[in-house]
Design a binder for this molecule. Structure first.
Ligand code: 5GP
Length: 202
């Protein structure tokens, strides 16, 4: 998504060769119009797949899962990182190690909100080491629901996440794919597949 790539170039702070800070528009202050646009983009890509539910993980996947849920006309569910007193005991659980916080969480989803009849699109802000998304994929599979695919806002393609998900047979669509970065410089992977398709259609 060109608009997203331009925003990353303009406002992203590259803190190191692996960490990108985008909290002016993505995951602290959120550009709501941009978030809604990402939802429409996922609906364009996955709209024919009869999705019944969007799944994400708190906190920074929520705004994008909501946008995708609105665009697809379905509810979204977010996995919780901490057990609340109100939480039922019937939950799907997966361990997730956080790339940015260096902690391991037991993430959980109430079994009432994910069932064998569901067709699920997982959405998250970043695909980095893949730990968060692999945890969500495991939860979907444990529930017996059908996993349609994973939609990411930003993929750092030089990290191992994509490979891990592909090894699990997961279809991935990322709106911006970073091939490499270092302070002051970011290189995106061109959307050649999409471009070729659009040229063929024209
Ligand atoms: P994972 O390593 O499991 O793929 O990424 C887990 C989470 O860490 C992402 O959902 C995202 O919230 C956060 N994360 C990973 N890499 C980055 C990064 O470069 N910048 C920011 N701001 N968050 C990141």
């Amino acid at each position: 998504m060109k608009e997203l790539e331009e925003r990353i170039r303009r406002e992203g702070a590259i803190l190191s060769e692996t960490v990108l800070k985008v909290d002016s528009f993505l995951n602290h202050q959120v550009d709501t119009e941009l978030a809604l646009t990402t939802g429409r983009e996922f609906a364009r890509v996955f709209g024919g797949d009869k999705i019944t539910k969007v799944l994400t993980i708190e906190a920074s996947g929520i705004q994008f899962a909501m946008a995708a849920g609105i665009a697809l006309g379905v509810p979204f569910v977010y996995a919780k990182k901490k057990k609340a007193v109100t939480q039922s005991d019937k939950v799907y659980v997966a361990p997730v190690h956080s790339f940015t916080r260096g902690e391991t969480y037991q993430v959980s989803v109430d079994q009432r909100y994910l069932n064998a009849g569901d067709r699920v699109l997982i959405v998250d802000d970043f695909l980095a080491t893949g730990a968060a998304l692999v945890g969500l994929v495991d939860i979907v599979r444990e529930s017996g629901a059908e996993l349609v695919g994973v939609g990411c806002i930003i993929e750092k393609s030089f990290q191992e996440g994509r490979g891990l998900l592909e090894a699990k047979g997961v279809r991935i669509h990322s709106l911006a794919r970073i091939a490499a970065m270092r302070p002051g410089e970011v290189h995106f992977i061109e959307e050649t597949g999409t471009r070729q398709l659009e040229e063929e259609r024209a």
